[in-house]
Design a protein around this ligand. Structure first.
Ligand SMILES: [Cu+2]
Length: 114
């Protein structure tokens, strides 16, 4: 009887160990898949804040060329994902990070003075 319990206990321990290993493996696969399908590519730009539209949460930036996007220097409006940091004002030199939304529009996910 004791031996049976020991054997059962061992079997349970072994199978739960296997389950843990399998789910860990699965988690890894999912993370790898997420990274492959959603690369979350950000691009960094430098420029000068030219105008702010707080109602629309947009900023106009005269940005330098962004080589990683093959963009020339230009002045354009961007939507901000978050509110503009309160210390930033028109005329400030800024560094910003861009991401592309599902609608293909580029939006700013981070902006700091430089
Ligand atoms: Cu541009």
């Amino acid at each position: 009887m004791n031996k049976l319990i020991l054997t059962l206990g061992f079997a349970l321990a072994t199978s739960s160990g296997t389950t843990l290993a399998a789910s860990h493996e699965h988690h890894h696969d999912m993370v790898a898949q997420q990274m492959a399908t959603a690369p979350a590519a950000t691009h960094t730009g430098m420029g000068v804040l030219k105008a702010v539209n707080p109602q629309a949460n947009k900023v106009q930036i005269k940005h330098e060329a962004i080589a990683t996007l093959d963009w020339p220097a230009m002045t354009m409006w961007f939507t901000l994902r978050d509110a503009l940091p309160p210390n930033l004002k028109v005329g400030d030199a800024v560094r910003f990070e861009l991401m592309q939304g599902d609608n293909k529009q580029w939006f700013i996910v981070k902006i700091v003075g430089k």
